[in-house]
Ligand binder design. Structure first.
Ligand code: SF4
Length: 403
């Protein structure tokens, strides 16, 4: 059980961030915000996939002009991402967005920040103050820049982390002087190790809720590892109140992976099926990789968190599938299907996908009707040793149920 750091709670629309609230999942649209239909379409898809809060970019006036129509149709709270133009923040607040994101690296003017804070206070809108490693090095003050570059050359990592924390401290002074505390902080980097160290430093320094993310993480194939390494490490030590996994891809993958990460860490209850599958090895006698991909797609239609296991054999499969509600153990062109430890049927490889799906659907329906419970029995399916084969090629398994 992960013990989470207790932070101050803010409300984004109806979604709480921080305090005792569950870790909220965020994503960001990749559409032009002024394209209302495309943006609303993507927001709806993200919300359906499990996204709690969606951020949209508002670089131009035509983007903030589109916000009222987007807000009218959005099923989830909307955050306006503002860079350089504080006016966009005022327009977005006026339009009714639920949160503003500011970057201290490009909106620095004290009077402008004061005006955004005043507008947010009037509407009870929180602000995320987000620094990135790329925006904390001074660009205008030559002397300061030279000093910072010297530090960076000597120790890039610790200098960047120090600059991120100092930038947040300087900015937060403005918020404190305005007695405004509905703030969420972020300190992103492209480097997973730096993200971990930066957020640890920010978490030690502030009691405000933290928005975790790895910036510019790349395509899912590589960005996934970077993001999960950083965010998983922080979340597992109780740091982080909301997360955005970011990929150079359809943002739906960000939400899917964020959900899986939170479920895997026990920070969110599953609401959909969980698929366990063996990695295959030299013992495999069916095309299990193809079967797993097909099972995964089919299970998406089930809305009950049934645990389904697809195992390539009975050597390690039974132990590794322990706790699965529905499981198939494949042998030579055949598979034995179990439902909560009870052998249900033996099927051919060609029948395996449909049969497993049918059993999963039937079991989910029984759970929904209150006739069965998920994971009530600790099911240990013990294969005999050595493994004899029956004349039909199937392997008899002994089933032990523990309650
Ligand atoms: S379950 Fe069997 S086939 Fe799959 S990886 Fe384990 S030993 Fe290999």
């Amino acid at each position: 059980m992960i013990s989470r750091k207790k932070t101050r709670q803010v409300l984004v629309g109806g979604v709480p961030i921080g305090g005792d609230a569950p870790v909220a999942i965020q994503s960001m649209t990749s559409t032009y915000t002024y394209d209302v239909d495309a943006t609303v379409g993507q927001i709806r898809r993200l919300a359906e996939a499990g996204c709690d809060i969606v951020r949209v970019a508002v670089p131009d006036k035509r983007d903030t002009d589109a916000l009222p129509a987007i807000l009218d149709q959005s099923p989830v709270p909307i955050v306006a991402d503002v860079h350089f133009h504080f006016q966009r923040a005022l327009e977005a607040i006026e339009a009714g967005v639920h949160k503003i994101r500011l970057n201290p690296g490009n909106i620095k003017d004290r009077k402008q920040v004061d005006r955004v804070i005043a507008a947010c206070r009037e509407r009870s809108i929180p602000i995320r103050v987000g620094v990135n490693e790329g925006s904390v090095v001074e660009r205008k003050d030559k002397d300061l820049r030279t000093a910072q570059m010297g530090s960076l050359a000597a120790d890039r990592r610790s200098t960047l982390i120090r600059l991120m924390v100092e930038t947040l401290e300087d900015y937060m002074r403005i918020f404190d002087e305005n007695d405004f505390h509905d703030v969420v902080l972020s300190a992103k980097s492209i480097d997973a190790g730096m993200v971990i160290d930066a957020y640890r430093a920010v978490s030690e320094r502030f009691d405000l809720p933290l928005h975790l993310g790895v910036t510019h993480a790349g395509p899912p194939e590589t960005g996934r590892i970077r993001s999960i390494a950083a965010l998983g490490s922080l979340l597992s030590t109780g740091i982080g109140d909301t997360i955005r996994i970011s990929y150079a891809a359809d943002p739906i993958h960000e939400v899917e992976d964020a959900k899986e990460l939170l479920c895997s860490l026990g920070l969110r209850n599953r609401v959909e099926p969980e698929l366990i599958a063996c990695p295959t090895c030299g013992r495999i006698e069916i095309d299990l990789i193809k079967l797993v991909a097909e099972v995964r797609l089919k299970l998406a239609t089930i809305k009950t968190p049934v645990k389904v296991a697809v195992m390539g054999c009975v050597v390690n499969g039974p132990g590794e599938a322990e706790g699965a509600d529905v499981a198939v153990f494949a042998g030579k062109g055949r598979g034995i299907i179990y439902v909560q430890g009870e052998q249900k049927r033996t099927v051919t490889e060609a029948e395996m996908l449909d049969a497993l799906y049918e059993e999963a659907v039937a079991f989910a329906a029984r759970v929904e009707r209150g006739e069965a419970e998920l994971s009530t029995a600790r099911v240990n399916i013990a294969p005999p040793d050595p493994l004899p084969r029956k004349t039909d090629g199937s392997v008899p398994l002994a089933v032990v149920r523990e309650r």
